[in-house]
Design a protein around this ligand. Structure first.
Ligand code: PLP
Length: 360
């Protein structure tokens, strides 16, 4: 059989806690494209690359951590996993649990998760409950259930999740043949920020890279506990994947920022949507709103004169645009985009397209 990418546990078995006794539960996650983004380079003067995590099997980076968490859960004899989720964790947990032949129970904030993600969790046969509270309430209950009932927690407070997710940094270093100068990333629970920092730190220790990137993390302005320094009781943003008021990996993230000379910033929803349009229309990469905050953060920091010309910058875009596509149909002025309707008539359509008939 021809070689194909084998998923992160097999590809990085030497750098993860997997043994011959670990059942490898994989859907082929990881190995995602790192794409140059000339339009963003032109706007900022930096060399900008985009790590396109929407290309994972369930459409978000969560799959890297979930392959590890579910494999270790099955190794430990678990018959059921549980998680709280803003959407993507539930989709991923549902898919990996089903693949492993075990049950996934997921707790999501009522009415607050994107349709595509809800559909995925249900399609993959999760026991999905909408909790009448926010994400932080869901996580408290999931932790409580895992402590007192026979269910295995697969949120990013489970270190196996962070371990699996650190492989994205390995892939970046492999392609660039060193770490970048800056890494920009959305921050919700700050698990992924922590995971990239760990991955880059391990690459530096192994001697395959020469530096740690400065880790730049971004939260939505209505949901920015790490930036403001206090828990947000009712987090509010259109970027549902990062609508989190009390991040689980808060302290680890602060330590990672300090060691990497990094930064945390807050971005308004309007700026997130503007960046979403730029990434879709100028680069050709379609993401969900939370992911666009990496782009918005870069543009904001470049405007502030904080990104030296020629610096190598990697942006992680965390989730696929098809999960939460409605934002693409909203124009910059807030109006709905309505595609033009035309009759079945070549000449008329050519006119609407502004095409002049070819002569000779
Ligand atoms: C989970 C998620 C995030 C936030 O990641 P954390 O590890 O919670 O900081 C960002 N974007 C998307 C699309 C996500 O699914």
């Amino acid at each position: 059989m021809a070689h194909q990418w084998r998923g992160v546990l097999r590809e990085y078995a030497d750098r993860l806690d997997v043994t011959d006794a670990t059942p490898i539960i994989t859907l082929g996650e990881g190995g995602t494209p790192l794409l140059p983004a000339p339009a963003l380079s032109a706007r900022t003067g930096a060399k900008v690359w985009v790590k396109y995590e929407g290309m994972n099997p369930t459409g978000s980076f969560k799959d890297r951590g979930m392959t590890m968490a579910v494999s270790k859960a099955v190794e430990a004899g678990a018959k059921a996993v549980i998680c709280a989720s803003t959407g993507n964790t539930s989709a991923s947990a549902a898919a990996y649990a089903t693949h492993a032949g075990i049950t996934a129970a997921v707790l999501v904030p009522e009415g607050k998760i994107a349709m595509g993600k809800l559909a995925q969790a249900i399609a993959h046969n999760a026991q999905l409950l909408q909790v009448q509270g926010n994400f932080d309430d869901c996580l408290d209950i999931a932790r409580d259930l895992a402590a007192n009932y026979p269910v295995h927690l697969v949120n990013s407070v489970n270190n196996d999740r962070i371990e699996g997710q650190k492989t994205a940094a390995f892939e970046v270093v492999e392609v660039l043949e060193d770490a970048p100068d800056f890494h920009f990333i959305p921050v919700g629970n700050a698990g992924n920020y922590t995971a990239y920092f760990r991955g880059y730190s391990e690459e530096l220790e192994r001697g395959v890279s020469t530096k740690l990137p400065r880790m730049f993390g971004f939260q939505a302005a209505g949901s920015a506990p790490i930036v403001t320094g206090h828990v947000v009781k009712n987090p509010d943003t259109i970027a549902s994947a990062i609508r989190i008021g009390n991040p689980a990996s808060w302290e680890l993230a602060i330590a990672a920022r300090e060691t990497s000379n990094g930064y945390f910033g807050a971005i308004s929803d309007d700026k997130i949507l503007e960046a979403h349009r730029i990434l879709s229309a100028e680069v050709g990469i379609f993401v969900e709103p939370a992911s666009a905050i990496s782009v918005a953060g870069l543009l904001e920091r470049a405007d502030a004169g904080q990104i030296p010309a020629g610096a190598t910058v990697v942006l992680t875009v965390t989730g696929h645009g098809l999960k939460d596509p409605q934002w693409a149909l909203r124009a910059a002025d807030g109006s709905d985009v309505q595609p033009t309707v035309v009759p079945v008539d070549t000449a008329e359509i050519a006119g609407v397209l502004g095409l002049a008939k070819a002569t000779a």
